[in-house]
Design a protein around this ligand. Structure first.
Ligand SMILES: *[C@@H]1O[C@H](CO)[C@@H](O)[C@H](O)[C@H]1NC(C)=O
Ligand SMILES: *[C@@H]1O[C@H](CO)[C@@H](O)[C@H](O)[C@H]1NC(C)=O
Ligand SMILES: *[C@@H]1O[C@H](CO)[C@@H](O)[C@H](O)[C@H]1NC(C)=O
Ligand SMILES: *[C@@H]1O[C@H](CO)[C@@H](O)[C@H](O)[C@H]1NC(C)=O
Ligand SMILES: *[C@@H]1O[C@H](CO)[C@@H](O)[C@H](O)[C@H]1NC(C)=O
Length: 473
């Protein structure tokens, strides 16, 4: 989950990850399924159970003559809608849809008399084009099929007060933020504007910059570098008993493969940065402070290990790293769907930077570890077609106007966004706003107003509302 998307559902209040409030704790930094919507406080509707599910007959394959359809789920919120108003089409991306209507979506809808539609992504939640999760079943799970779902939905959606003249905006966070940008670019005649929150629009296989972002965000990074080198040494020695003890210290004894273990112990930590939210008791400081008084590398390792153990809760906690288990179980599984997307098209593989760059991840976290994971899950060798994908979708070279790009300053995913320091230089313009929220992280802007909001976050939300008022009215 560590790479979750940013959901917004109607309703209840969920704090972010990092070991609190949510019944699921987050353990990894993949943009990935499950209830990741819950990482956006306040995005859910007040009473999710009161909102009916709706179903749309969606084309299984948009790129053939075969007209077979599946049932695609969506939710509606018409609280602020007035006939003639715009529609905000919210994608929950790589996780189940929930009734939406809270957080920034609410602010956007309120300001424009807009309707909110939350359309579940194919192969997540209950929107299943095929019954199982074999590679054969998953062949219709591509970014382009998902974007064509938006287009087909917009063309066919009927509701009182919605006409062919209605303006539609795509809204999403994380992978869905990238989708919003790719979708507006591909279907500008149907999608009038887009809000791309924390969208990694540039696909990349060897995504070591994620790890550099952790180093930038964590004041105790140098201690973590030291611990990781120590762990590399233990793994190099191949003493089975010592390695077993090491894994047990982190609560990760169930992960048999050493490289997979190496991935997990940093991936679980990364939620601390990815889902950072300013709070009275700052979670990053809370994690980092004890390192200052730790004397030995073993003491430092123990602090890190204890944090990981605290994140692991219940037998499903490590599902994300159970590649063989996913291979054996052919039922639909959101996590597996997300792996499919990364394994065939998007990459986003969080690897260790190569020396002399600083690294929090073990050197065993290389591309091979990630590509092997794909093979373990799907039973065949796979390489994401990154070059082709970026050529088709233009990565961070996108130039379509009326796409609002918002990122969090410390969010590791910013490294693949239009707001990345590595992206081609461009200027913030009214037709193409670029906003980076100071001390913000993943999809912070999509959440609900809170007393802990920084001025920078308030300004970002305000600018979004102003831009969409201009574009959608
Ligand atoms: C159309 O696609 C469905 C689902 O994949 C399949 O069951 C069916 O056989 C296909 N029909 C044709 C005519 O290819
Ligand atoms: C729609 O969203 C509004 C604003 O968040 C919320 O108060 C309302 O309960 C939602 N409507 C439904 C039917 O859930
Ligand atoms: C580890 O494996 C044991 C035995 O299969 C199982 O009971 C336990 O729930 C697993 N723990 C985690 C955190 O997955
Ligand atoms: C298979 O996966 C489904 C969906 O994730 C889950 O509900 C079920 O418990 C799994 N079965 C086994 C045997 O792990
Ligand atoms: C959130 O704050 C903005 C201004 O900062 C305000 O316009 C908006 O109405 C607030 N939303 C809610 C739900 O209170």
């Amino acid at each position: 989950m560590w790479v979750k998307a940013c959901l917004t559902v109607f309703g209840s209040f969920h704090l972010l990850s990092v070991g609190n409030a949510v019944h699921i704790k987050r353990h990894h930094a993949q943009l990935e399924g499950e209830d990741w919507i819950q990482s956006i406080p306040g995005i859910l509707a007040a009473d999710p159970s009161a909102l009916p599910e709706h179903w749309f007959d969606q084309q299984v394959d948009h790129f053939s003559k075969n007209t077979t359809v599946f049932q695609q789920r969506y939710f509606l919120n018409t609280t602020y809608f007035k006939p003639g108003g715009p529609v905000f089409l919210y994608s929950p991306g790589e996780g189940a849809a929930r009734p939406v209507g809270g957080g920034q979506l609410r602010n956007l809808a309120e300001a424009t008399n807009g309707m909110i539609v939350g359309l579940e992504h194919r192969y997540y939640g209950k929107s299943l084009p095929t019954p199982q999760s074999t590679p054969e079943d998953l062949r219709f799970l591509t970014v382009d099929q998902g974007l064509a779902d938006f287009a087909n939905f917009i063309r066919k959606f009927t509701h009182e007060g919605v006409s062919p003249k209605t303006k539609w905006a795509l809204v999403g966070g994380s992978y869905a933020g990238a989708q919003a940008s790719w979708g507006r670019q591909k279907y500008p005649e149907l999608i009038h504007a887009a809000l791309a929150s924390s969208g990694p629009v540039q696909a990349k296989a060897d995504f070591y910059e994620y790890d550099l972002a952790l180093t930038e965000a964590l004041p105790c990074a140098k201690h973590l570098h030291e611990v990781t080198k120590h762990i590399d040494g233990i793994l190099d020695e191949r003493d089975e008993e010592q390695i077993a003890n090491l894994k047990t210290t982190f609560g990760l004894q169930n992960i048999t493969d050493n490289a997979d273990f190496a991935f997990a112990y940093t991936d679980i930590l990364s939620g601390l940065v990815q889902y950072y939210r300013p709070a009275k008791v700052d979670p990053i400081d809370t994690f980092c402070q004890p390192f200052d008084t730790a004397k030995t590398v073993q003491d430092k390792l123990n602090i890190w290990a204890q944090y990981i153990k605290d994140q692991i809760e219940g037998p499903d906690s490590l599902h994300f790293y159970d590649y063989e288990g996913m291979n054996k179980n052919l039922s639909h599984d959101d996590t597996k769907s997300w792996y499919w997307q990364t394994c065939i098209e998007l990459g986003y593989f969080q690897t260790a930077p190569r020396e002399p760059l600083p690294r929090i991840r073990s050197k065993y976290c290389d591309l091979r570890q990630q590509v092997n994971a794909c093979e373990k899950i799907f039973g065949k060798k796979m390489t994401p077609e990154i070059t082709k994908f970026n050529r088709q979708h233009h990565g961070w070279h996108v130039r379509t106007p009326k796409i609002f790009y918002t990122d969090g300053q410390i969010d590791p995913w910013r490294k693949l966004s239009v707001n990345s320091p590595n992206a081609p230089k461009r200027h913030d313009k009214p037709s193409s706003p670029l906003v980076v929220i100071t001390k913000g992280s993943h999809c912070t802007d999509l959440g609900t107003n809170a007393t802990t909001d920084t001025q920078s976050l308030k300004d970002a939300r305000q600018r979004e509302v102003e831009a969409f008022k201009k574009w959608m009215l």
